[in-house]
Design a protein around this ligand. Structure first.
Ligand code: THU
Length: 135
């Protein structure tokens, strides 16, 4: 799948955002190794801490359908500058494919940069850290 196609899906899901508190809409589209794409938006809550980010909404939808490995994720938040995934989302993205996962940060369907998880979460804590010791 082309980067632009994934960005277009993220933009579509951005419109579904439930963000009455921050008014900051975010959309994400996750391409799994199966070839299927799952979209998500941020879903806020009156109890602010219960808010779920767009990236995790999309990832959890895919995992709940039996997906196991992420190939790429596109994220659109601000349309003025690229929005990077928050720290918690970086950790969750990393869980399902590690440093190789392609990360597309978009401001519009023809305006995006491409990076990867190794770049934006160096030294990620992984299940190998748990397997190696201390258990
Ligand atoms: N948000 C996301 O959906 N993804 C991110 O990676 C950054 C933050 C959402 C959460 C909240 O609804 C709003 O943006 C402001 O933080």
């Amino acid at each position: 799948m082309e980067n632009k196609e994934l960005v277009k899906i993220a933009l579509k899901y951005r419109e579904k955002a439930y963000a009455p508190y921050s008014n900051f809409k975010v959309g994400a589209a996750v391409l799994f190794d199966s070839g299927k794409v799952y979209g998500g938006c941020n879903i806020e809550n009156a109890s602010f801490g219960a808010t779920n980010c767009a990236e995790r909404t999309a990832i959890f939808s895919g995992i709940a359908e039996g997906e196991t490995k992420i190939n790429a994720i596109a994220v659109v938040g601000s349309l003025e500058e690229n929005t990077y995934p928050c720290g918690i989302c970086r950790q969750v993205i990393s869980e399902f494919g590690g440093s190789e996962i392609k990360v597309i940060l978009a401001k519009g369907e023809d305006d995006f940069i491409v990076t990867n998880m190794g770049e934006i979460l160096p030294g990620a804590f992984t299940k190998e850290d748990l397997d190696k010791n201390n258990r």
